[in-house]
Write a protein that binds this ligand. Structure first.
Ligand code: SF4
Ligand code: SF4
Length: 189
């Protein structure tokens, strides 16, 4: 998957970075080097994304449209059912919600049934944990599965919060590199 999105991944981030850098400030090789180095993440990096993601999120609703299935815990499902006065059994049938163990449920409807046309989550106060933590929690899960966690390419492609966070990481690396001239808009402090 990462290989498939690689050119698009780089194009998205380079586009953001070039918007912030006056042409000629850094060589293409320096930008490529910073891109690659910023891609390696640890848990602290992901925690920093978790802290920032609410302000970085553009509310585009992309995650609610394409992430499937959405895992919902039993108590979360009951809360949503009560909140919407939507009988649990009917909701499970209508929304194609299945479970293997009776504790964690998978909702396969995509886009998410709870997303309004205006990109508003209709169950926001009761949204599942996976939604509250997106995108940082996705990165933690992926990181645990890899010995050398990296910023997942598909997240950069779909999520503006990840794009902004990753671009800031790259720009931070460029700034901290020992360069004579620094010509950045908004990232020079
Ligand atoms: S429950 Fe809300 S936040 Fe979660 S995917 Fe559905 S619309 Fe999005
Ligand atoms: S895809 Fe990212 S930017 Fe868009 S709503 Fe989801 S978290 Fe926010």
């Amino acid at each position: 998957m990462a290989e498939m999105f690689e050119p698009e991944f780089l194009a998205v981030i380079k586009g953001i970075i070039l918007e912030k850098i006056i042409p000629g400030s850094f060589s293409a090789a320096q930008i490529d080097d910073a891109l690659e180095k910023a891609r390696i993440v640890n848990e602290l990096d992901v925690v920093q994304l978790l802290q920032k993601q609410d302000t970085l999120c553009s509310k585009c609703g992309c995650c609610c449209r394409i992430c499937t299935p959405i895992a919902i815990k039993k108590d979360e499902l009951s809360q949503i059912s009560n909140y919407l006065s939507y009988p649990l059994r009917k909701m499970r049938r209508d929304l194609n919600i299945t479970t293997k163990n009776g504790q964690i449920f998978d909702m396969y409807q995509s886009p998410c049934f709870f997303l309004s046309k205006d990109n508003v989550c209709m169950v926001y106060s009761f949204r599942p944990f996976v939604c509250r933590g997106f995108p940082a929690t996705h990165m933690i899960t992926e990181g645990l599965e890899k010995s050398r966690p990296t910023v997942p390419a598909y997240l950069v492609v779909i999520c503006k919060a990840v794009q902004a966070w990753y671009a800031q990481r790259v720009i931070g690396r460029l700034i901290s590199s020992d360069l004579p001239s620094l010509k950045l808009h908004g990232y020079d402090k």
